[in-house]
Design a protein around this ligand. Sequence first.
Ligand code: KG4
Ligand code: ZN
Length: 351
Amino acid sequence: MNYYEKAKLAFESLRDRKDYYILAYESSCDETACAVVRGREVVSSVISSQIDIHKRFGGVVPEIASRNHILAIDSITDEALSRAGIELKDIEVVAVTYGAGLLGALLVGLCYGKALAYGLGIPFIGINHIKGHIAANYITRPDIDPPFIALVTSGGHSSIFKVEGFLDRNIEILGETRDDAIGESFDKVARVLGLGYPGGPAVEKLAKNGKNTFSFTRPFKGENHLDFSFSGIKRAVINTLSNASARGEEVNKEDLAFSFQLSAVSYVVDNTIEACRRTGIKRVLLAGGVGANNYLRNMLTEEGNKNGVEVILPDVKYCTDNAAMIGVAAFEEIKAGALPSDLSLDADPSL
Ligand code: KG4
Ligand code: ZN
């Protein structure tokens, strides 16, 4: 029997179990992460962040990210295993993010994971990064299952999904951004405010003492869809700053950060609540790096309460990129009947 036939048989025998270890990797951007999960439980989770390396460039430099993944991946594997108190021989599945993300960065985790799985003679599965973000909610709330609405807000995505199961055919896009992602707009606004990289947490901090003194027009007002656009809001912030500077005036940056945050956050919250209204689904999951933003967490919870919608929030540490969420997503896929990935699986930057 060849490797793939054996992998398929292994997946069949794992489908109804939740006591086996998955070794998971995430290397789509600037975090090299490895985790051991068992079912929806995180046994260990290690993240080697490159933020300090990319900071001086004001953003992630793809080639530098790939090279640092190569440097880190072997030692974080050892660390994840030792923190879990297990050895490679105890692992039954290897799971790796294969998209979306930076091509060279994805390939590091993908090739390492494939080689490891082949060497150990165990199945390998490629995971969609967005599904990983959604699965982060199961770590915090192992008791929940679809159907639900998922609001995914990250550096690369702003999407609202109707989730009726974990396989692709059970997930429908109800709305997505037509230009920048919400996290990207936080990062760009941070840059023009002189806050550096990564921008989201810095904007949130600056906005803390700000007031709503600038108003930005909401894109697609009056249109009957749930798509987003963030480039106009970002542009409005930039114009506010440059117009003031041309007039020799000072802008209150705390107020500008607050007004921007309010406008971006209320936009995704309103569309998500509208998605619940349209589908009749009364449960929302928050996912992705911007999900770490407290202003968003609070507003979504409040609006959910007002509208009879239960809001599930993942732990802040599982909102930004990590491998535990990739492992749990793999567990969900196996349970739902997915096949293992073939060893020829390619990285897909725009998955
Ligand atoms: O999910 P993630 O770690 O990586 C991607 O898949 O893109 O998300 C990163 C994004 C960045 O744009 C970052 O600025 C944003 O999430 N972010 C935040 C906060 N923490 C991270 N945005 C707003 N407020 C935060 N506290
Ligand atoms: Zn992410």
